[in-house]
Structures are given as C-alpha cells and as structure tokens.
Design a protein around this ligand. Structure first.
Ligand code: KG4
Ligand code: ZN
Length: 333
C-alpha cells in the first residue's frame, strides 16, 4: 500500500510518501522556523499563509523524490488535528483536492497518534507499550494496549514541556524554538540553580511545568534587579535536569505499574539529547524506542505511518471517503 500523507498542523509544511508502512519513498519538510523566529514564536496567520504559498511545491517535490505518479498512490492521509486551525485547513484542503482529483481514498489522522507511530518507521512496536509524548503542545503518558488502542494515563495540567523550553529560552534571550538551544547549552553547564520538581504526588501521571517556568523567570528577574549575571549554561542545565527528573521518574513508575514491554518516547522534545541519553540509562529494564531526529519534530512520514496502521486496523472509517468529499470530523481539531 502506498500512502501519500500531508502534515500542516503548525509551522512545517510536509508531504511524505510511504510504501507498506516502513519504506519512506519521499519525505519533504519545509520549515518556517526562520520566519517565526523574528516573532519569538509561531504566528498562526503567517503559518497558514506560508502553507498556502508552499503546499503545491512540496506536493510536487514529494512525487518527484518518490519517482511516482499520483495514480500509483493507494491512500491519501492528512493530519486532522490537533493543531492551528488555519494551518490544518490548508493541509486538509490540499489533501482533499488531491484525493478528489485522482479519485483516491482519504483518511484523517490524529497528530499525536502520528507522533507515536513515528517509531514504527524504524522499529517494531510490541505491546503493551507506554508512550511518553512530549512536544510543543502536549505532554502525555499513554498506555498502548495494541495498535490504535490507546489510553491516556496523564497529561500536563498547564504548560506542555516544549512550551516551557520555548518560554525559558525566551527569558534567557535565546532564539526560537528554545528546545534545541537550551538542550545544547545545558550540556555545557551544571545543575547549580535550585529549581523545583513538580511530581504532583496526588495525580501520579500528570505533569506541571508552569511552576518550574516561573521559578526560572523569577530567578532571572531577581538577578537582573540586583545587577547580577545569570550563568546561562548553568540555568539551562538546571532547568533541563528538573524537567528530565520528572519526565523520567513518572515514565519509570508507569512502565512498572503497567508492566509494559516497550517505552516509546516521541514528539519534538524527544529530540532532546539529554532525554535520549538519560532515559535509556535510567530505565535499563525496558526496551526504549525513540525516533531518529528527523522523525521527532513534525513531519508527514509519521502521519503516513499512523495512517497505515489506522487503515489496517479500522478499515473504512467515517473519515474515509473515496474521492475525498467531506472527510474530516472538525470536532477533533
Ligand atoms: O512536535 P513538535 O515539532 O511540534 C508540536 O507538535 O508541538 O515539537 C516542537 C517542540 C518545540 O517546543 C521545541 O522547542 C521542542 O519541540 N524541541 C525540543 C528539542 N527540539 C525541539 N525540546 C527540547 N530539546 C530539544 N532538543
Ligand atoms: Zn507535533
């Protein structure tokens, strides 16, 4: 089965072509980071307009890279949410138009399920499994009983972990997105600032990062008021250590409680080198799957992978209509 997938939930315009769930024939990701960097974060209207400007080109590049004619595609998949509504609509309309023009079936894929299935591109998934999904918009622990049979164990009560990285970076005068730069500087610093860890004992698998974020902001402001220098590398190391202590401890506890065979770490923050190194070392008794860097942040290959399993598992679905008329359940966006 050859799947063409489209992902435009935030600021990446991406089209991928995947054969039989694993063979990535094309993978085009056009990032808008340079544009949004000026504003210190993603500006939704600008993101939507750039998706419109680049969508057709990205489609064409994917077909050329895969050396495939549209007639050879068996299924079109598109991220249906969650995400920025204007951005999603561009991808949904492009995918719908392509499916309609070429009379192909169309399927809507949940973005978070896409992040989880990113690992299936390079690894065999074995159930039961646990997913630690950490991105700019989400921080979740999920129990995966089987393909497409997922149960949420916990989520963030306030900021998503990637969002906390971005805000801390901004406070420290670092560029957007904050995750990669804070990760890099953390490796050059020491955990010397005394920052809190939110274990939220009474809601075992939930997370909270706003207290930690506020602690960083307050420490920086107080230091500036006193005319003291902030040791940026040490602050990045202290922040990252606090985040990772909590993420890893909760994941370890859930993995034990549910006796899972695998732990899947996915989403943009799964690109974090500190997290990748520590989680493998600190949870040695479980197999840990982490997508390679290119499949951690938003991309259409993961949407194609999820669509592959979604289609095998559910077959024709309410979202699944030949020719692409009216596919998307907007309630899920
Ligand atoms: O999954 P993603 O591309 O988009 C969403 O679905 O949110 O994740 C983007 C997030 C941003 O907040 C970014 O700062 C974070 O992932 N991120 C990282 C790293 N690389 C990206 N966070 C920590 N360390 C990194 N190396
Ligand atoms: Zn994402």
């Amino acid at each position: 089965m050859i799947i063409l997938a489209v992902e435009t939930s935030c600021d990446e315009t991406s089209v991928a072509i995947l054969k039989d769930g694993k063979d990535v024939r094309a993978h085009i990701v056009l990032s808008q980071i340079d544009i949004h960097q000026t504003y210190g974060g993603v500006v939704p209207e600008i993101a939507s307009r750039n998706h419109v400007a680049h969508m057709t080109k990205v489609f064409d590049q994917a077909l050329v890279q895969a050396d495939i004619k549209p007639e050879a595609i068996d299924l079109v998949a598109v991220t249906k949410g969650p995400g920025l509504i204007g951005s999603l609509l561009v991808g949904i309309n492009a995918a719908t138009a392509f499916a309609f023009a070429h009379q192909k079936p169309l399927i809507g894929v949940n973005h978070l399920i896409g992040h989880i299935y990113a690992v299936s591109l390079e690894h065999e998934m074995t159930f039961p499994a646990l997913a630690l999904l950490v991105s700019g918009g989400h921080t979740e622990l999920l129990y995966l009983k089987g393909h497409m049979d997922f149960h949420m164990l916990g989520t963030t009560l306030d900021d998503a972990v990637g969002e906390a990285y971005d805000k801390v970076a901004r406070t420290l005068g670092l560029s957007y997105p904050g995750g990669p730069i804070v990760d890099k500087l953390a490796a050059q610093g020491k955990d010397t600032y005394d920052l809190p860890r939110s274990y939220l004992d009474r809601s075992a698998y939930n997370f909270s990062f706003s207290g930690l974020k506020s602690a960083v902001i307050n420490t920086v402001h107080h230091a500036r008021q006193r005319g003291e220098e902030i040791r940026i590398n040490d602050m990045c190391a202290s922040f990252q250590t606090s985040v990772l202590d909590v993420l890893i401890e909760k994941t370890r506890q859930a993995a034990q409680a549910y006796d899972v065979k695998q732990i899947i770490v996915s989403g943009g923050v799964a690109a974090n080198r500190g997290l990748r190194q520590r989680i493998v070392k600190e949870i040695p008794d479980r197999e840990i799957l982490i997508p390679s860097m290119q499949y951690c942040t938003d991309n259409a290959a993961m949407i194609a992978a999820a669509a592959h399993y979604q289609f095998l598992h559910e077959g024709p679905h309410p979202d699944y209509v030949l020719g692409g008329q009216s596919i998307i359940n907007f309630e899920t966006i």
